[in-house]
Design a protein around this ligand. Structure first.
Ligand code: ZN
Length: 263
């Protein structure tokens, strides 16, 4: 972490450290180091008052206004500001002209479902963002996407490592939390659940269910988190490719993954 970072941000900010260029120094190995510990989602919350977040909001507004096709938001942030980032804001939905999203070396631990509204997205480059272990199912709605550079060693269920997927919550448990706009990201993978990943319909907490599914997206097979309004929407999911858990599942130790393969 940069020496100029104030103590308060060390406490509440992202746990990543960054080198002089602001690249994240966390590696996938750190996230998966303890073999007997339960795998959980990253629990970092986004500090929306931080300088890095506020600058990112402005950069997105600018990019949406000028209709640019290549967007490299991290280049516009200084190293301390980059370490403020945990996720991207929902305003990325405005970036409908962006064809190429570059997030090299980001400290992000999640990508929000609004990425699915980036209708022109063709190339998605989160390469060396080692805190990104999964993606939202909504990424499959970017129908023009044809290229991606994901650091696959960091992914849940990747064929080389078969990292365990975090255990998802039982059906109905969303009905027991007071506010689905203030969720514990370590439990739910997100701070807010707004709509169904599959049909985009409203969420009725008692019927809500989360599942994992591995699907080919552009270049790679990615672990995707589905926030589904109903059992029907889970059943409507496509079949995973060969070599992956062959159905949607809820993660945890009991999921039988194929053996790791170094091929
Ligand atoms: Zn649905």
């Amino acid at each position: 972490m940069a020496d100029s970072t104030p103590p308060a941000r060390r406490t509440f900010g992202n746990r990543f450290t960054a080198d002089a260029a602001g690249r994240s120094q966390r590696t996938a190995e750190v996230c998966f180091r303890q073999p007997n510990a339960r795998v959980r989602f990253h629990g970092e919350r986004q500090d929306t008052s931080s300088p890095g977040w506020r600058r990112l909001l402005r950069l997105i507004d600018e990019a949406a206004a000028d209709g640019r096709e290549v967007f490299r938001p991290l280049v516009g942030l200084n190293p301390a500001e980059r370490t403020d980032l945990v996720t991207l804001p929902s305003s990325i939905a405005k970036l409908t002209e962006v064809r190429h999203l570059v997030l090299y070396g980001s400290p992000l631990v999640r990508i929000p479902p609004e990425v699915g509204a980036m209708a022109s997205l063709e190339v998605f480059e989160p390469y060396t963002s080692y805190g990104l272990h999964w993606f939202p199912f909504e990424l499959t709605k970017c129908t023009n996407l044809r290229g991606s550079t994901v650091s696959t060693r960091a992914l849940y269920g990747n064929y080389k490592y078969r990292h365990e997927f975090p255990q998802l919550q039982p059906v109905g448990s969303l009905a027991t939390v007071p506010d689905s706009n203030d969720l514990d990201p370590q439990v739910w993978g997100t701070e807010k659940i707004r709509s169904c990943s599959v049909c985009d319909g409203p969420i009725e907490p008692a019927r809500f269910q989360q599942v994992w599914i591995s699907l080919r997206v552009a270049t790679d097979v990615l672990p995707l988190l589905v926030n589904a309004c109903s059992e029907d929407c889970v059943r409507a999911l496509p079949a995973p490719p060969e070599g992956y858990v062959p159905m949607a599942h809820q993660g945890g130790r009991n999921v039988r993954q194929p053996r790791p393969s170094r091929r």
